[in-house]
Ligand binder design. Structure first.
Ligand code: NAI
Ligand code: MG
Length: 504
């Protein structure tokens, strides 16, 4: 008990010290700096709507400096010549430091984003540090191929030697959202650094603290200056300048489809490579043989985890009509008992939404659902307290062409829809502009195996939802994105192939 209390006290102390350091300045070329024009953006704690500090609001001139530093670190200095095993050790050291300070980082997430610190520590920080270790392993295993060649027009006595090398793609712009601030930073930084790239990271303006803390750990781990630069600021100024910068060789973005499309177009002007991980409206398909209790528990996690602010949230729940009512009623019971409160309270499972903007957006969709005639089973409004809390909300409808069944809401709002026929439900599940993920719930292995290839989704989970692992690629079909985060596939997207062809 005493150790527990001491640990809590020391975490709070470290968190406060970080906030006091006014080190929520930006990291450019190894220096902690303010925006050149001095502008700042407020940091709001979504649990009580209090302003708790501010971050620099970077503009084009700050972005120019950061890209310049990243380019220098890429081409000159120790990073450019560093051996893979040294890079590996730096990444491992960083993972150890993240593990050491996991509680502090989790607390910063709670203050900044609203999520439960306890859950963030296990999930966001746990997955993030694991991913650094996973990618550290790849640094020493990057390889090309030797290629036998024929060269039909060459004289018979000519000899050749051809091979490929994998090289870092260059300076990476990583632009990340507010829903998993720390984890998204890890998803972009780990493969970029494993590949030998340098990075300019722009966290979301709502949630920059954990990225800045990570910047401190990157310094402490002794990465060379300029390898990781962190510019804080909004999308219109910092994000847009970074996206359009001709010095950027690759853009890795997670966020809305709308902004992803803007970024994708801008990237093509400079032929920057892109990884885009965008929105979703992921279906859960519960077949008639599924245990209703398991389906209800699964659906609750799929939609209410991270308050529904998850790109792969299971927001469309298709349930076979034979068990529809029992699943929905049980799900409603579960929704009504989710402990809601500040992310700093260890009992909390659901915190506030991230911002006033997101609160308004989610409430607007709830209103829309009512207007469209969907049946409200539970929730449907803000919680009666200060902070951006929304009650877990469940609608049912026969009609999946409703706006609430089509658009990404990005909040704790689910639409449950009954179905009668498996072929029909597959078509309905695919009838979306998104294709990020889907889940199937059944023990009928043959049926499940027949459905999997027909679903247009980057990930298909079976008897689970939101299962993630460092070794499993994650990304979308259709408007849910381009490319993959995680797994070896994400490392590949930070590497160029150089072909070498020699006449002997
Ligand atoms: P957003 O896509 O605008 O923001 C994500 C990141 O992009 C932030 O760092 C932001 O500063 C940056 N950004 C914004 N405009 C930019 C531009 N023109 N150029 C370069 N960077 C830019 O997402 P927002 O506005 O915070 O949320 C709106 C909706 O987007 C949410 O309600 C949700 O539906 C969706 N979203 C999806 C996410 C996902 O993980 N797929 C994450 C966040 C939001
Ligand atoms: Mg936006």
């Amino acid at each position: 008990m005493n150790t527990m209390t001491n640990e809590v006290a020391s975490t709070q102390q470290k968190t406060r010290a970080f906030l006091d350091r006014q080190k929520h300045r930006m990291l450019i070329g190894g220096q902690w700096v303010d925006a050149l024009n001095g502008e700042r953006l407020q940091i709001v704690n979504p649990a009580d709507e209090a302003v708790i500090g501010s971050i620099p609001s970077a503009h084009a001139e700050d972005v120019d400096n950061a890209v310049e530093c990243a380019k220098n670190a890429l081409e000159h200095g120790t990073w450019a010549r560093m051996r893979p095993s040294t890079r590996q050790n730096l990444l491992l050291k960083l993972a150890d430091l993240i593990e050491r300070d996991a509680r502090v980082i989790a607390e910063l997430e709670a203050i900044d984003n609203g999520k439960s610190a306890a859950i963030a520590q296990a999930v966001d920080i746990g997955l993030g540090l694991e991913f650094f270790r996973y990618m550290a392993g790849w640094t020493t295993k990057i390889e090309g191929s030797t290629l036998d060649v024929s060269v039909p027009f060459a004289p018979p006595e000519a000899d050749f030697f051809a091979y490929t090398r994998r090289e870092p793609v260059g300076v990476v712009a990583a632009i990340i959202p507010w829903n998993f601030p720390f984890l998204m930073a890890c998803w972009k930084l780990a493969p970029a650094l494993a590949a030998g790239c340098t990075v300019v990271l722009k966290p979301a303006e709502q949630t920059s603290l954990s990225a800045l803390y990570l910047g401190e750990l990157i310094e402490e781990a002794n990465f060379p200056e300029g390898v990781v630069n962190i510019v804080t600021g909004d999308g219109q100024n910092a994000g847009s300048a970074l996206t359009k910068h001709p010095g950027i060789n690759k853009i890795s973005f997670t966020g809305s489809t709308q902004v992803g499309q803007v970024i994708g177009r801008a990237a093509m002007d400079n032929m920057a490579r892109v990884t885009l991980e965008l929105g979703g409206k992921s279906p859960m398909i519960v077949l008639g043989d599924c245990d209703p209790e398991k389906a209800a528990q699964g659906a609750a996690t799929a939609i209410f985890f991270n308050h529904g602010q998850t790109c792969s949230a299971g927001s469309r729940l298709y349930v076979h009509r034979s068990i529809f009512d029992v699943v929905v009623n049980r799900l409603a019971e579960l929704a009504e008992t989710i402990p809601m409160g500040s992310g700093l309270d260890p009992a909390t499972e659901m915190g506030p939404l991230v911002s006033q903007v997101q609160l308004d957006r989610v409430c607007h969709f709830i209103e829309k659902g009512r207007e469209e005639g969907a049946r409200l089973v539970t929730g449907g409004k803000r919680a009666d307290r200060k902070g951006y809390y929304v009650k877990p909300t469940i609608f049912t409808s026969e009609d999946d062409s409703l706006v609430i069944a089509k658009e990404e809401i990005f909040g704790p709002v689910l639409v449950a829809i009954p179905f009668d026929d498996v072929d029909d439900v597959v078509l309905r599940a695919n009838d979306s502009r998104y294709g990020l993920a889907a889940s199937i719930w059944s023990n009928d292995l043959s049926q499940v195996q027949r459905i999997i290839p027909r679903l247009k989704a980057g990930t298909v989970w079976v008897n689970g939802h939101n299962m993630l692992d460092a070794n499993v690629p994650f990304g979308g079909y259709k408007l849910s994105g381009v490319g993959r985060d995680m797994g070896k596939q994400s490392l590949d997207s930070y590497l160029e192939t150089k072909s070498v062809f020699m006449a002997l």
